[in-house]
Design a protein around this ligand. Structure first.
Ligand SMILES: N[C@@H](CCC(=O)N[C@@H](CS)C(=O)NCC(=O)O)C(=O)O
Length: 212
């Protein structure tokens, strides 16, 4: 069974890494977890860059040495053929659409703004921070419209799409986005958190992440 030897290179404060860990936990798939000290250059060593030239976590290394970077690509791979991935082609395309929405409108928007704000990188970037917070609030309003009449992002059950969008979506209050404006999103966060095997994440940033 190829999954027995999987290694996940990650870092606890990364919600991208958390996505993969929670999916593997909910699927009951064993893996070796390797923490990469990304704020001390751990993801830019020659050895790590051979695993992911982009120098970022998470990376999933399969037991044959194949390395898969990009959290949502990893999610897609580990959920293939499982209850966490829709079966029919149109529903799979819808799930992919949400994974792309997350990488366009959530992770580089709410995720980046939160990273700057919580680690002291917001100084000198106040206008850009404000723009990202506004863009993140708009993304959550779009999500709210979708979730107003349904429980889950795709079809009628929890899937990898919910995991991906929740990861950096649910930390929106850290950048001052008020969830009272998006009640359907707030209810959906609670439903995600009630799923068996769910655990809280990401971990708080450590002292090594702070500047200034
Ligand atoms: N689009 C990528 C983003 C990965 C990413 O930005 N990872 C961050 C942690 S959340 C990282 O490793 N940063 C360290 C670096 O880029 O040097 C994904 O979804 O996996």
């Amino acid at each position: 069974m190829y999954r027995q030897g999987m290694k996940l290179y990650t870092h606890a404060p990364s919600a991208n890494g958390w996505k993969v860990e929670v999916a593997l936990a909910q699927l009951g798939v064993p893996f070796e977890r390797i923490d990469v000290a990304i704020f001390r250059g751990g993801s830019h060593t020659p050895e790590f860059l051979r695993k992911n030239p982009a120098g970022s976590v998470p990376v999933l290394e399969l037991d044959d040495g194949t390395c898969l970077p990009e959290s949502n690509a990893i999610l897609w791979h580990v959920t293939r053929g499982t209850w966490l991935q829709p079966e029919d082609a149109a529903a799979q395309a819808r799930a992919l659409g949400w994974l792309m929405f997350e990488q366009n409108q959530i992770e580089p928007v709410i995720g980046s703004a939160r990273y700057w704000k919580l680690t002291g990188r917001d100084r000198g970037r106040e206008d850009e921070l404000r723009r990202r917070v506004e863009q993140g609030a708009r993304a959550l309003r779009a999500l709210d419209g979708h979730l107003a009449s349904r429980d889950w992002l795709v079809g009628d059950r929890y899937s990898l799409a919910d995991i991906a969008v929740y990861a950096y979506g649910h930390v929106a209050p850290d950048v001052g986005i008020d969830l009272a404006a998006t009640p359907a999103v707030a209810r959906w966060f609670a439903r995600v958190e009630a799923q068996p095997g769910w655990f809280p994440g990401p971990a708080p940033y450590g002292a090594d992440a702070m500047i200034g």
